[in-house]
Design a protein. Structure first.
Length: 367
């Protein structure tokens, strides 16, 4: 049985494997030792209160859990269907070319099949290496893929959308965006067919999500913080303290789900980008976030959403361009990530958004 212990230095919760008497913290690299893992008491249960804008300390938090949005009745069965849409756009032979997006797509598919038991037949891949014209990452195919992801969605289903490529922004004139800009994803043919706007993504895969179903999005692109237009953004500092920011439109337009659970991990904040978004190899967000997400799972930090986010941010802060293909690459992605797209000087901060706020350090992460 896995036990939770607290890092002796930064107090981050760590998952102690059976029989182990020490563990290294991925956040501060300190080694925590315990005399007898069986003597560690389980964490106390949490209770709820109603505040939505309180600042929460990193674990182990003595304060009660501030959120409890579980629907009435028993939880849905765990054997619901799993399916995923994975999109990797390299923009080959253009001035926008990216180097790591195909690797990102391959690694994510491998992870879903081998770690989270997604059936291979329930995964659609849109990449430029596909010979089928309906499986290339064009705007039309991406739209159809998003509709396919939601088709017939029922309680118990687990859906995943992964995108690795360029992201951008365009001016919003409706007054719904706090910063005045819509976030966008760039399909392969965006220069002629246009980009896919966050409003459309929200309307297609967020708002129809029924109670008992869950959606995860993993968006590795610039300007991607709120690209699903989810109503709440988890604003976390480098010490793990966080608040939920309310990003609901002033107009009152509904951006939540139809009762389901939607969560998005994105590569950077809405205002983060490279120095030149059209320059080859200057897009700092492409590849790094997918790599950090997989590393968090591989290193055993996928226990809660808070531990995932902290681990991803730590990986990106501590990674330089020489580590891809080097010693820190794990057994899962070592072969696939050789020659990946991480570059030195990464300055992005992965973001977490959701349809409802929750306690990130007590809510278990699962796909």
């Amino acid at each position: 049985m896995l036990m939770l212990v607290d890092c002796s230095n930064c107090r981050t919760p760590l998952q102690l494997p059976p029989g182990a008497q020490s563990i290294r913290c991925a956040i501060c690299q300190a080694i925590t030792r315990v005399a007898d893992p069986r003597s560690i008491p389980p964490p106390p249960p949490s209770t709820s209160h109603s505040a939505h804008h309180q600042s929460y300390p990193p674990p182990p938090a003595a304060v009660p859990s501030p959120y409890n949005h579980a629907p009435p009745g028993p939880p849905p069965h765990a054997h619901g269907r799993k399916r995923a849409l994975i999109v990797g756009v390299s923009y080959k032979y253009t001035t926008h070319e990216l180097k790591g997006c195909l690797n990102d797509a391959r690694c994510m598919k491998y992870l879903l099949i081998n770690r989270f038991k997604f059936p291979e037949s329930s995964i659609i891949m849109l990449t430029e290496e596909e010979t089928d014209p309906l499986k290339r990452p064009t705007k039309y195919n991406m739209r159809m893929g998003l509709y396919w992801l939601m088709q017939g969605c029922q309680p118990g289903d687990s859906l995943l959308f992964h995108f690795s490529g360029h992201g951008s922004q365009q001016r919003n004139y409706t007054g719904e965006e706090v910063d005045g800009y819509d976030e966008t994803l760039c399909p392969l043919d965006f220069e002629t067919q246009g980009m896919i706007v966050d409003d459309e993504i929200n309307a297609t895969i967020v708002r129809p999500l029924p109670r008992g179903a869950k959606l995860h999005a993993i968006i590795d692109a610039c300007h991607s913080g709120t690209v699903l237009d989810l109503p709440f953004l988890c604003r976390m500092d480098r010490y793990g303290k966080y608040i939920w920011e309310d990003h609901r439109p002033r107009s009152g337009t509904w951006k939540g789900t139809s009762g389901g659970e939607a969560v998005s991990f994105s590569g950077c904040d809405d205002n983060q980008t490279s120095a030149d978004t059209s320059a080859l190899s200057k897009i700092t967000s492409t590849g790094a976030m997918t790599y950090a997400f997989i590393q968090a799972i591989e290193r055993g930090h996928g226990t809660t959403y808070g531990s995932m986010l902290n681990s991803m941010r730590s990986t990106i802060r501590n990674t330089d361009g020489n580590e891809i293909g080097g010693g820190i690459v794990t057994s899962l992605i070592g072969m696939l990530l050789t020659g990946g797209s991480l570059g030195g000087g990464l300055r992005q901060e992965p973001q977490l958004t959701a349809n409802e706020p929750f306690d990130v350090y007590t809510k278990p992460f699962s796909l």
